[in-house]
Design a protein around this ligand. Structure first.
Ligand SMILES: [Zn+2]
Ligand SMILES: [Zn+2]
Length: 243
């Protein structure tokens, strides 16, 4: 029997079972081999913003990043924001299916490990929710993902370094400049975070939220900032309501 007791609430008795089709899961994963292979994996992407690039593009950055480098140093997304990943993320975020967070966290862990992504950051910083939103939702989906990666990769969970001090208005339909205004001073850094961090979030879309968080971390002397997300959504494919 596989030991699934690495988190409270994970049954010691249930075998791994595919979330998508109900067949037996791969060892240690709630997905079968066929569904796992069929996921919309990101196979070639810009190391700056994780946008898809043609296969064989190597380590080249996309034109957008060359024109205007992001505030952060590098971005990595395991998958494209496409079926069935979009549904799994929505089930986590809007329906509180925390088991989806564990599965999605495992997929991101696998992709980072397969990409031989090194050196690992010293801490994982989930994008924080404002306390009013946290109270309403009852959990922070980014923290659920970070918790899983922390456990799988042995990197400390750095969820106390930053706080969201301003509730932000929904970002949908706003111009890039309005999004940045909306998020200005949204985050406060507490104490002195390590020099190399990864920000964790579910989906990277326009990047305005992680840019605001990165700006706050830069001001606190963080020298290397990576952005890790389960999925990358093109800006014209919005990932749903802002947090
Ligand atoms: Zn399956
Ligand atoms: Zn790019």
């Amino acid at each position: 029997m596989v030991d699934r007791g690495d988190f409270p609430g994970e049954s010691l008795l249930l075998p791994w079972c595919c979330t998508l089709c109900g067949q037996a899961g791969l060892p240690g994963l709630d997905l079968c081999a066929a569904c796992h292979a069929d996921l919309p994996w990101s196979r070639s992407a810009c190391p700056g913003c994780a946008a898809p690039l043609p296969e064989g593009a190597g380590a080249w950055r996309c034109g957008a990043c060359l024109n205007r480098p992001p505030v952060w140093d590098g971005a990595f997304s395991a998958l494209h924001y496409a079926p069935p990943i979009d549904r799994l993320i929505q089930e986590l975020k809007f329906h509180g299916r925390l088991s989806r967070g564990r599965l999605l966290g495992d997929l991101l862990t696998q992709a980072l490990t397969a990409a031989r992504h090194t050196p690992w950051p010293e801490t994982l910083i989930p994008v924080p929710l404002h306390r009013a939103r946290l109270k309403e939702r009852g959990f922070n989906q980014s923290r659920e993902l970070a918790l899983r990666l922390s456990h799988r990769l042995g990197i400390t969970l750095g969820d106390s370094w930053v706080e969201r001090i301003q509730p932000t208005q929904p970002q949908i339909g706003l111009s890039a400049a309005a999004r940045r205004r909306n998020l200005r001073d949204a985050f406060a850094v507490r104490g002195k975070p390590p020099a190399h961090v990864a920000i964790l979030d579910d989906v990277l879309t326009t990047g305005s939220t992680v840019a605001a968080l990165s700006t706050a971390l830069r001001a606190a002397d963080v020298t290397r900032i990576e952005v890790w997300t389960v999925a990358r959504s093109a800006p014209d494919h919005p990932a749903g309501p802002a947090k």
